[in-house]
Design a protein around this ligand. Structure first.
Ligand code: A3P
Length: 281
């Protein structure tokens, strides 16, 4: 189906996540002032990253350099920094990005690193649909060209890049009591953005002035972010995948009644006893 991937440490990942890059990400030495955000793909990580950058910069959007260049992605062979020396040369506070399950976490995860980890999760039906559109994005060649039905099957079986959604999310949820992990949900950001913003600020020990809060609220709306075009990589400048709909419940556009019922059943089984729940509308 045109879908390209590689296996690293038993996990399906995009080809640009090489074993060397993965090892660099896993073993990087961080500082207590560093912020490391992580998610399964299509869970609102771009939105969260923008919030984090603005919180650490008094709500002022970057001039000149795209915001994205301030988010350090060790896993990717496309981006810098690559070595510990390059990481050490970056000014604090620094923001790191990852899409790994907890066992493969950046810097060994919350219990093995001093940085502040943040994980964001989103209801899996919306993730499946958002991911389908993203991987089918026509601006990237070599992308997925199968049907929605087939996509839903491989997503459900954990045979997509970054593996099984349930394993990914639950692996981080189990770590939620670590003092240097904040667990967020996309749906909470949608329903109570200011409340979540203050929660993140408190966790990062950032004093949030009323003015900075207003600046962040307006700079992180879906409409503003879409217009500003976070995706500053030239080759995906017109790529819609990062700002498609930005809503809760867009799974309804794709899931048939039967698919929805089967997925809900699987969800109840896989999430049973975890105490983790999501809003689907
Ligand atoms: P949809 O495809 O459902 O629209 P990620 O950044 O982790 O790749 O996640 C992408 C998803 O987050 C997309 O979901 C995108 O539209 C949504 N998103 C991006 N910016 C947003 C914002 N400011 N508010 C709400 N949703 C946003």
């Amino acid at each position: 189906h045109g879908y390209k991937y590689r296996i690293v440490d038993g996990l399906m990942v995009p080809p640009y996540v090489t074993p060397t890059r993965y090892n660099a990400s896993r073993t990087v030495v961080t500082r207590p002032t560093d912020v490391c955000y992580c998610s399964f793909p299509k869970s609102g990580s771009t939105w969260l990253a923008t919030v984090l950058y603005l919180l650490l910069n008094d709500g002022v959007e970057p001039e000149g350099r795209p915001l994205r260049s301030n988010l350090h992605w060790m896993e990717s062979s496309w981006t810098y920094p690559r070595t510990q020396a390059e990481v050490d040369a970056l000014p604090s506070p620094r923001i790191f990005k990852s899409h790994m399950p907890h066992r493969m976490a950046l810097a060994g995860g919350p219990r093995n690193s001093p940085c502040k980890h943040i994980y964001i999760a989103r209801n899996p039906k919306d993730v499946a649909v958002s991911y389908y559109h993203f991987e089918s994005g026509k601006a990237w060649s070599g992308r997925y060209n199968g049907t929605w039905e087939h996509w839903l099957r491989i997503f459900t079986e954990g045979r997509v890049q970054r593996g099984d959604w349930f394993e990914h999310v639950l692996s981080w949820w189990e770590q939620r009591d670590a003092p240097n992990l904040l667990f967020l949900k996309y749906e909470d950001l949608k329903s109570d953005f200011r409340g979540q913003l203050r929660r993140i600020a408190a966790y990062l020990q950032v004093q949030l002035s009323a003015e900075a809060e207003e600046r962040i609220v307006s700079a992180t709306t879906f409409a503003h972010m879409r217009a500003a075009g976070f995706s500053n990589h030239k080759h995906i400048a017109d790529f819609e995948g990062f700002f498609r709909k930005g809503e809760i419940g867009s799974w309804k556009d794709r899931f048939t009644m039967a698919q929805s019922e089967a997925f809900d059943k699987l969800c109840r089984q896989r999430m049973a006893g975890s105490g983790l729940e999501f809003d689907f509308e």
